[in-house]
Ligand binder design. Structure first.
Ligand code: SF4
Length: 1023
């Protein structure tokens, strides 16, 4: 080997022989080459035979790559075919368990459970586990985070931290009865069941492989056997290891030597959300192997110096000697990165597409370009824009197999066959490319639905009445054929369904379908029973909830991409492109603003991390607990912020010669302006600054109709109260909302219109809304009133398209199956109690408890150990107040709008004052700000004051009482604020009346929880 071929830093690392070594390898510095050459060097110098060297890495792909490179280099130096032992952490752990497991009584040849099988075990045990605190409806599938996913994540986190269920149990015994801890108690119970089932089946899971290997390596006999087998250990990507993996590495030498070399880059540690412990790198030198030699690699062979200068500059903490030191090994130089600022997101994306077109026109191959996004949803936005501009592009990675349109369609066939009442599945088929009907056609079917009929039943009836379009006839005929054929198992049914699709020309689509068929085939031959279609549907339901972690859609081969690569920063790690675009580099989309990641495992249980506050450092009282929680929160945020910076660093360092970073102030679904990513706020001369021009077709300035509703609320009180002049008003608005700044032009151009409305505004704020609404001529309902319910108003505020689909078009959505029983039982019990008091009938605690428990006696038992909601109620002033109104419906009129709702209760307290109370039992209590921003309580106040004069004196305040949390939040509003809210309702109602089918609040967060997320054409839910 010619060591001179390497740079001095690499040479030092390659030539290091005995003793612990830590190679801090910056991005693009030839880490893998160094690791490979060090292996060859050890063999060449006769310090170890190939088989005496162990190399560990993360993925099978990395194993294959290393194997190819090391084998070919070693074979010429060590004839005879002996090979270096290269494996993944998990596979190596599994081998230790297979070889030595008997000494600890582990099964001789354990079955390693797939993730799907772990799910099935838990799913099958739901009834046996005996959950006390989790509402079972959540376990039966449905929206949101399914507790089964959380339980398996907790099991995996326990393994990551070398903890057992007993450790968790011990901690819980001393923990309080908060909702979270009670849920953890259920999770611990479920994990016990899971462990027991694994034992019965002679099975282990991935987490067990490392945990058991660690336990075995803790035994002197096993440790010395392994330690003497491998004289040198080399560990790749050490920054991504979790705590247990780092312990396994430490124990591999059995204390016989310390020839361990770890390679990695702590600045690229971006997998804490998967359990990686970024502090492993430090602990390796400070605790595991004191005396470790640390060698940096800083000569970068990938990027120009201009790109490296920017990447070096982003760190806030400049004291770390291994940060900010990348330099171009080849002296490559190029243009400074471009930092592009846009007013609006569509301006930004259009600019990005135009730049890519220009690069292509200059001869750049699309395959040399990558767009690296922080969030999956940004990938979709970029991809759609590129398509609109006719640019070939491919979205890469991060999508659940089950959420790809091709697999979704197959699942919809399965559901429509196995569950004819599954309206979403049927709607999905109606709207699918194969059937080819549109939203209007679906609406027509829904309109002809008889009471209680499913969509499929309606469609069948229409076909029977010969009243169906040919596409629907064809769909029903196909469905009937599939239902009537008796299949011997799931596989032939799958074959028929897959055969319905026109042969897919897209190879990724074809591969996803093939992989899905494989999933079903594996499921059909499961070691855990012989499942039928209903079992398969239940399993798929779980997989759909589990998300991409369970079964990612077809992976990515950078060589096989035929256009621009659109990828997330996490998936891009380890890759590089000549040209890189980083869009949406704002503080909302590329930086989570230091929000703390929610942790399923209590912090107190995980291994000590530097700087983490310890409970023992705070006083033992309630105050101390609060201070401790605050300190943990702050620490968690700082930790999350560090990881966000590292993620940006990874994205920046993927670029070889051209780097474009862009961001926009305004996002269509956000009411506030974004700021640039904090790491890019002060790039100075390191970047060329650009401004993206408005995208074609963007009206500038926008119409008053789009400006006025958002300004209305802020304007009105000032106009009314102060009669300010335009400049005063503008400066006031600037103070109250930076968002107004961008609309200044619009505001000024609209000023004359506002002026003409000013006098009327002073008298009646509602008129002002009509000025704005008049622009698009709302159409009133037939009786002259536009009647809306409070629930509709809430739906509209969430997303206007959701309102349209649910209330105007009446389309079916994904069934909501989350538990509401607890809340409705409680609500009803309180209403009955209040009714009795109103009627002068006797009441008692027993009768209240009995009606909460319900006939089946379940209600009252739902949350033992939590705040007892009945106790909370009895302790409150409500229990002794004089009831005035109970479950009182109302209809409020605002000009042409009628708004209806139901007030839970109005009562008079002992001091003679009256108040409105709304009872809640949500697991997550609303914050003060959320309640303040909501419309519900102020609307109730307005209604009560205007419609029920018998409530005397009129209520001055409204209360939101979360009984589950014993949290009673009282609020008052000034008359002026209530007038503003009235005004808001009129404006909103005018918009609702128009029900513009193009209007929506699509965003990843909104659509994720929406019942139309699969069928809505604006949906940004990507699984
Ligand atoms: S999926 Fe998104 S855009 Fe569509 S209705 Fe729901 S929230 Fe609105």
């Amino acid at each position: 080997m010619v060591i001179d071929a390497f740079n001095p830093e690499q040479q030092r690392a390659i030539e290091h022989t005995f003793g612990p070594l830590r190679i801090v390898a910056g991005a693009g510095t030839g880490k893998t080459t160094t690791l490979q050459q060090r292996t060859v060097h050890l063999v060449e110098r006769g310090l170890a035979k190939p088989a005496e060297i162990l190399v560990l890495t993360f993925t099978n792909k990395a194993v294959a790559e290393l194997r190819e490179r090391i084998d070919s280099a070693v074979s010429s130096r060590w004839p005879g075919g002996e090979r270096v032992d290269i494996d993944t952490y998990h596979a190596f752990g599994g081998r230790v368990v297979s070889e030595f497991g008997a000494v600890l009584g582990y099964p001789a040849d354990p079955v390693v459970l797939t993730k799907a099988e772990s799910w099935i075990i838990l799913w099958q045990g739901v009834d046996e586990i005996g959950f006390e605190h989790i509402e079972l409806a959540n376990l039966r599938g449905g929206f949101g985070t399914n507790p089964l996913a959380t339980i398996l994540e907790l099991g995996s986190r326990l393994s990551d931290e070398m903890l057992t269920v007993d450790d968790l149990q011990c901690w819980l015994e001393k923990a309080d009865n908060s909702t979270r801890n009670n849920e953890l108690r259920d999770y611990a119970r479920a994990l016990r069941y899971y462990q027991q089932r694994k034992r019965e089946l002679g099975a282990i899971d991935y987490g067990d492989q490392i945990m058991m290997a660690c336990a075995l390596l803790d035994r002197p006999d096993v440790a010395s056997s392994i330690g003497s087998r491998y004289r040198f250990v080399m560990v790749d990507e050490f920054q991504d290891t979790n705590f247990a993996q780092s312990v396994m590495v430490q124990r591999l030498t059995g204390g016989l030597h310390d020839n361990v070399c770890v390679v990695g880059d702590p600045n690229q540690a971006i997998y804490a959300f998967r359990g990686a412990a970024p502090d492993n790198f430090d602990r390796f030198a400070s605790e595991s192997f004191p005396g470790t030699r640390t060698l940096p690699l800083s000569d970068n062979y990938r990027s120009t110096q201009e790109i490296l200068d920017l990447a070096n500059s982003i760190w806030e903490d400049k004291s770390d000697p291994y940060r900010g030191n990348l330099r171009s090994a080849t002296g490559a130089s190029g243009p400074r990165p471009l930092l592009i600022e846009a007013e609006r997101l569509d301006d930004e994306l259009a600019y990005l597409a135009r730049q890519i077109k220009e690069l292509s026109a200059d001869g750049r191959d699309y395959r040399q370009i990558a767009v690296i996004c922080r969030k999956s949803i940004t990938k979709r936005l970029v991809f759609d824009t590129l398509r609109r501009y006719g640019i070939p592009a491919e979205i890469v990675g991060g999508q659940s197999l089950y959420e790809t349109p091709e697999v979704r369609e197959i699942i919809s066939w399965l559901r429509a066959i196995g569950d004819p009442g599954h309206d979403t599945a049927f709607a999905y088929l109606v709207l699918s490319e194969r059937v080819g009907m549109d939203e209007q056609a679906l609406y027509d079917i829904a309109q002809q639905r008889k009471r209680g009929e499913s969509l499929q039943t309606t469609a069948r009836r229409l076909v029977a009445e010969e009243n169906a379009p040919p596409e629907l006839l064809s769909l029903i005929t196909t469905l009937s054929r599939l239902v009537q054929r008796s299949y011997a198992g799931l596989e032939p049914l799958m074959a028929d369904i897959v055969g319905l699709r026109q042969s897919a020309s897209d190879p990724i689509e074809t591969e996803n379908i093939e992989r899905f068929v494989e999933v079903v085939t594996t499921f059909a031959g499961s070691r855990l029973g012989s499942p039928d279609l209903q079992d398969l549907l239940a399993f798929l339901e779980l997989m759909l909830i589990a998300g991409p972690e369970e079964e990612a859609a077809t992976g990515f081969d950078p060589q096989a991409v035929s256009g621009v690569t659109v990828i997330t920063a996490h998936a891009a790690k380890g890759l590089q492109w000549p040209v890189v675009f980083i869009p949406c580099a704002n503080a909302n989309d590329f930086y989570n603003q230091g929000r703390r990641r929610s942790e399923v495992l209590p912090w107190e249980l995980s291994h000590d991390e530097p700087g983490r506050p310890e409970r023992a450092d705070f006083s033992g009282d309630a105050r101390g607990q609060k201070d401790y929680e605050k300190a943990i929160e702050a620490w968690g945020k700082a930790r999350a912020k560090e990881e966000e910076f590292r993620t940006l660093y990874v994205a920046l360092t993927r670029a070889e010669s051209l780097l474009y970073i862009s961001w926009a102030k305004e996002h269509p679904t956000r009411s506030t302006l974004s700021k640039i990513h904090p790491a890019l706020a002060d790039t100075g001369e390191r970047c060329q600054q650009r401004t993206a021009p408005p995208a074609e077709g963007n009206p500038v300035p926008r119409t008053l109709a789009s400006v006025a509703p958002r300004l209305l609320e802020q304007l009105a009180p000032f106009l009314t109260a102060n009669g300010q002049s335009p400049p005063e008003l503008i400066s006031t608005l600037r103070q109250i909302s930076p968002e107004v700044e961008i609309s200044l032009e619009n505001l000024l151009s609209a000023w004359s219109l506002f002026e003409s409305a000013r006098d009327r505004l002073n008298r009646q704020l509602d008129d002002f809304a009509l000025v704005a609404a008049a622009e698009t001529q709302p159409s009133p309902s037939s009786d002259g009133f536009f009647v809306i319910s409070f629930t509709q108003l809430e739906s509209w505020n969430r997303c206007p398209h959701q309102y349209l689909l649910r209330y105007v078009r009446g389309l079916p959505g994904e069934p909501k199956r989350w538990a509401t029983q607890f809340g409705s039982d409680l609500h009803q019990a309180l209403a009955i109690e209040a009714e009795r008091r109103l009627l002068g009938l006797p009441t008692s605690v027993d009768s209240l408890r009995a009606s909460f428990a319900g006939e089946d006696g379940i209600g009252g038992k739902r949350a033992p150990g939590e705040h007892d909601p009945i106790e909370a109620y009895l302790r409150s002033p409500d229990a002794s107040a004089e009831v005035l109104l109970v479950e009182q419906p109302f209809t409020l009129r605002f000009g042409d709008v009628a708004l209806s709702g139901i007030i839970d209760r109005v009562h008079r307290l002992s001091d003679g004052s009256t108040e409105i109370v709304d009872y809640k039992s949500n697991k997550r209590a609303a914050t003060y700000d959320q309640i303040r921003r909501g419309l519900q309580l102020p609307i109730y106040l307005i209604a009560c004051r205007e419609i029920f004069p018998e409530v005397d004196p009129p209520p001055a305040r409204a209360v939101l009482f979360n009984l589950r949390h014993d949290l009673r939040t009282e609020m008052t509003w000034t008359d002026q604020e209530l007038a503003g809210i009235r005004n808001r309702i009129v404006t909103t109602a005018a918009d609702m009346c128009r029900a513009d089918p193009e209007r929506h609040n699509a965003s990843e967060a909104n659509c994720r929880w929406c019942e139309y997320r699969y069928n809505c054409r604006f949906s940004q839910y990507r699984g």
